[in-house]
Design a protein around this ligand. Structure first.
Ligand code: ADP
Length: 514
């Protein structure tokens, strides 16, 4: 509840909006001026290098052993009959995927091939081949006298070849199959290195691209910070390292300064504007209470004067002259009352503190009472008046508004219609609204002034030259009152005199009264 009261107070909403804007600017500005520095932190000791070295030694230890196994396999193969390769013996050395014999005397067959795995057969040939078929692998004759060695040919698998002068055996190898044995040999050195204790992540990748060992936590999804490689006959071994990352947040001074300045400006602007709004609201309150006080102070003595004058008129019936003077005083006091009413209504309209209320009444009686008050004035100027009413005698209507507007219209008739004028007042219901027409046979109002006369301080002629005195407020106030009460006040277009039409909303049952 307290919060709602704060918002509805003058300036409360401004402070709230300024505060929200300032919060948005501050958050957004700080976010934009923020820069994150990422720094990788390599481990302090030589643990990784030592482990890598140990692993290399383990890999390299295995290479001569493998070579020896291949040599033995080649020797056995050379002793066998190549023609039996269809019913081939399973190789003794690990990693042999194909065994091929190269025999110069029989260039095409029997270049026997025995494949030991699901593997497309590779055709090594001893002679230069005319067709230059990329599926075939051409060797020099010198291969026949080879003592046994690896053959590394770009784009071809690793091979081991050995000859006995009359033929050569080519063992086509898949070093990754030997990788499992090599890894077994590496394992003790990997365990000894205790890479798990190093901050960050370390991963060993074997020649087939598969991860053979990995520390936890799992490496992040970014390229490794360091890769150590060892190329051996078994293929390419890689030790990939991801170091821990230290993040430091840096704020750019010019952006932060601009953001803070803007935030301070917004907040102080909000408070400044709110304080102005409070001052204005306070001043408006003061003015409203002043108008209400003045209204009370002016009306009370006028009511007393009218009451006492009425009593004095009644008591002076024997003294004709005194009676006449007293009647004049009463009329003029009535006129003064109307001016005071108009001036106060104007002030209230100006300060927005005028409220119209519906009252259950007989509106024709209200009009008759006004006419009774005007009767002496009209009588002195020979003004004839008539009143016709065909409306209901009990409706809810803005009675005060009706009284003030009809009084103003009749006062104008008295001022501008001239001696012996005629005025007719007709009232009734039209389209669910209470309507009153006041028509006189005055000189009328020129068409150019038809709307202007409803503006404050506007008169048809120059104030000083117009016959009757006036402020130019009566019609302006009357129309504004009618509009505030939900009605209309218009000057009707007539060929003769001036006709005004007032309409006011009304309700016919007691329940309709708000
Ligand atoms: P005020 O009477 O104080 O001058 P109003 O706003 O009541 O101001 O009237 C505005 C002008 O309209 C008057 O100055 C007058 O010239 C003209 N007027 C109003 N009523 C009549 C009327 N019944 N007959 C002729 N002129 C009128």
């Amino acid at each position: 509840m307290k919060h709602i009261r704060f918002i509805t107070q003058p300036g409360g909403l401004t402070i709230l909006i300024a505060g929200l804007l300032a919060a948005c600017v501050l958050t957004g500005g700080l976010f934009l001026s923020r820069k994150i520095n990422r720094q990788t932190l390599p481990p302090v000791g030589n643990q990784i290098d030592d482990s890598f070295r140990q692993a290399i030694i383990a890999i390299d230890e295995m290479e001569p052993l493998w070579q020896q196994a291949l040599e033995e396999e080649a020797d056995i193969s050379l002793k066998e009959n190549p023609a039996n390769s269809g019913n081939a013996r399973i190789p003794t050395a690990v990693g042999v995927i194909q065994r091929s014999y190269l025999i110069p005397s029989k260039p095409e067959e029997p270049h026997a091939h025995a494949s030991f795995q699901e593997h497309p057969t590779i055709r090594p040939v001893l002679e230069k081949h005319e067709k230059n078929n990329p599926a075939e692998w051409v060797f020099e004759d010198s291969i026949l006298s080879s003592h046994g060695d690896f053959i590394r040919t770009p784009g071809k698998p690793l091979a081991y070849a050995k000859g006995n002068r009359s033929m050569a055996v080519i063992l086509i190898l898949d070093p990754t199959q030997a990788g499992a044995i090599v890894f077994k040999n590496m394992l003790p050195s990997l365990q000894a290195a205790e890479l798990n204790k190093i901050p960050g992540s370390v991963q060993w990748v074997g020649p087939d691209g598969k991860i053979i060992s990995e520390t936890s936590p799992k490496p992040p999804k970014r390229p490794p910070d360091e890769t150590l490689r060892h190329v051996s006959s078994f293929g390419d071994w890689q030790l990939k390292c991801w170091f821990p990352i230290k993040e430091t947040v840096i704020y750019q001074v010019p952006s932060v300064t601009a953001t803070v300045t803007l935030t301070i400006l917004l907040i102080s602007g909000g408070f400044w504007s709110a304080s102005n709004q409070r001052k204005a609201a306070f001043a408006a309150d003061q003015r409203v209470s002043f108008v209400n006080r003045v209204s009370h102070e002016l009306r009370s003595p006028l009511t007393n004067i009218l009451l006492n004058t009425d009593v004095a008129i009644d008591q002076s019936s024997n003294d004709e002259k005194l009676n006449q003077r007293l009647r004049l005083i009463r009329e003029e006091t009535g006129r003064l009352g109307r001016i005071v009413d108009n001036v106060l209504t104007f002030a209230k309209l100006d300060h927005g503190c005028l409220e119209t209320q519906l009252t259950l009444c007989d509106p024709s009686r209200v009009i008759r009472e006004i006419l009774v008050n005007f009767a002496p004035l009209f009588g002195r100027k020979g003004i004839h008046y008539s009143f016709e009413n065909d409306g209901p005698d009990r409706i809810s209507i803005a009675k005060d508004v009706l009284t003030q507007i009809i009084s103003n219209l009749l006062s104008n008739v008295e001022k501008y219609a001239g001696l012996n004028a005629k005025v007719s007042i007709q009232s009734g219901i039209k389209s669910g609204r209470y309507r009153v027409q006041v028509c006189d046979d005055s000189p009328g109002i020129p068409r150019e002034a038809a709307e202007r006369i409803f503006l404050p301080f506007e008169r048809v002629y120059e104030t000083t030259t117009e016959g009757a005195s006036g402020t130019g407020l009566g019609l302006a106030i009357s129309r504004e009152l009618a509009i505030r009460a939900g009605g209309t006040l218009d000057l009707l277009s007539t060929t003769e005199g001036a006709s005004f039409e007032l309409t006011l909303p009304c309700s016919f049952t007691h329940d309709d009264i708000p």
